[in-house]
Design a protein around this ligand. Sequence first.
Ligand SMILES: [Zn+2]
Length: 92
Amino acid sequence: MGLMERLHNAMEDVVLQTVDKRMEKGDICDCENCRLDIMSIMLNRLPTHYAVSDAGALYGRVKAIDFQPHVDITIAMTEAIELVQQRPRHNL
Ligand SMILES: [Zn+2]
């Protein structure tokens, strides 16, 4: 495993989980493009939170569970959804 592969931005996990949960409501488009656009806007606005994967652990299984973000991810998500809904780039 390369050195950089063991570095993981735990904020990505939190954003993915938060967006997935929001999509369950079913009132906004959850196509791949809209989902990725929302996630990229959020990740560009939110601080990074790097963690080191334990050797031998599955990739990505870092201490994300212990990570309590000090920023309001819901607000970032609401703004990202608004932006994407104004200019959706749906999958064809
Ligand atoms: Zn879409």
